[in-house]
Write a new protein. Sequence first.
Length: 526
Amino acid sequence: MVAPASTSRRITVEPKTVISFDLAPRREDIAATPTILLTAFLSSLQGSAPGSVAAYKAAARHFLHWLEQQGVAVSALDDSVVRRFEKHGCSCQGFPLHEPNRPKFTSRVRRFVRFLEDQGFVELPDDLAALSVHLTDYATFLEEQQYGRVVLKSRASEARHFAAWLRVSRRSWTGVGADDVEQYARHHCRCPVYRKRGTLVGRAGPARRRRGAQCFVRFLQNRSVLPEAEREDNKDPRLLAYAQWLESHCGSTRATVQRFCGEIARCQLVLGEPSEIDAAAIRRLVSDRIKQNPGSSSLILTIVRSYVRFLIFRGECHPALLHAFPSVRRYRLASLPRYLDEAAIERIVTSCKADTAVEIRDKAIILLLARLGLRAGDVCQLRLADIDWITGSLLVSGKGRRPSRLPLPQDAGDAVLDYVERARPRVDEERLFLRTLAPFTPFRSSTEISGIISRVFDRGGIKDLPTGSHTFRHSLATRMLRAGAGLESVGTILRHRSPATTAIYAKVDIPMLLKVAQPWPGDLSC
């Protein structure tokens, strides 16, 4: 099923800039004498007011005279030379003393320098001409992402500003990295662009510059024009080998590999080199990490044990270290699952309106969680192809690459259909649920589903109920048990691999527990 076509639109992106990237070839056939350069510059000003031409001529003459005094070749001009000229204590014969300190005068000098660059008299990086093509492609890409007019023009303008800064600072764009982006974000701007809001002093300006440059660099990386940024955890060859071992030997998913490698990256400073790892180091590490994150004690033990097993596999650790891991007490049955009764569930569903695209999407998500007990990760991974409208079923990926097909209830199916037809953005993306703001990408993690539930509660004015996506899963299991379903049926619907996982819900079946509960000593039996 395909969502109805939306009205197409095209926004012409013309960021205000006075710098060009269509450069002439290097001019080595003409002697770059001051007279020739000045004559060529004045000829480019044809059509300008006589007073303006005279002002540009005076600025160019003064600058050329100073260059000759300083012994600076025209081919070696860059921003540092222009700044030196602006700040020099002028003693040039025949020229006003305070002229270089005037903003209008220095802007005329910079325009003269740009003219020399455009005509090939100044040496520039050879790859700047290719950048013009990528800027045009980037503007087209932004249109395809369906950004709003303001965001679209801002992103395109910031990309051209970044490119202008690269030209002014004589940097090769093919080697751009995070350090260059940071320097650009904080530079004192003299770039020949209009949409730069002065020098962008304070936190907002550098953040806007940084965000715009990062988006453009990421676009170039996705097109394989720039190399991918090296991740911190991939700089360690051993950690990279551990990630490959998890994939090839353990069959771990990409999310598991990222989670395990991220934890080990934090632990390596404590563990040290594999040859130095001993039982004391392992116990100290596990103890510290569990204190920092007590809710994930078992997972931390599993990750560190997996890493030590990998080191043993490579022959870098003694096998006996596997017996050095302490045991962590887990009271799985000490607490009751948080759940909502049927009236509370219906109250939440009723509070979900369907007036805006956000509300339509959120209602479909809430109904899938409430009727099928899906995990938040299951909802994130749902694809359009997973829905079989003919049989009324849904293919859920689940944990550990174990897909399951579940029946799609009528109200949940209607809500999903309403979302696909009315609210889902028309983009080339297989995921079912997308963000409602351009560029309409899928959810990055299950945390966003929890955020959606919190916002649904806020919009409905619901403040007296437990939140969290897993609460709906617990609620479904509780309702099924109280309706007479067995633990095996509940485990099938919730897709539990072990019956022990489902057994925790036996504690919430109060009528069944009353039948088997023994009377308190001294009390009369029922």
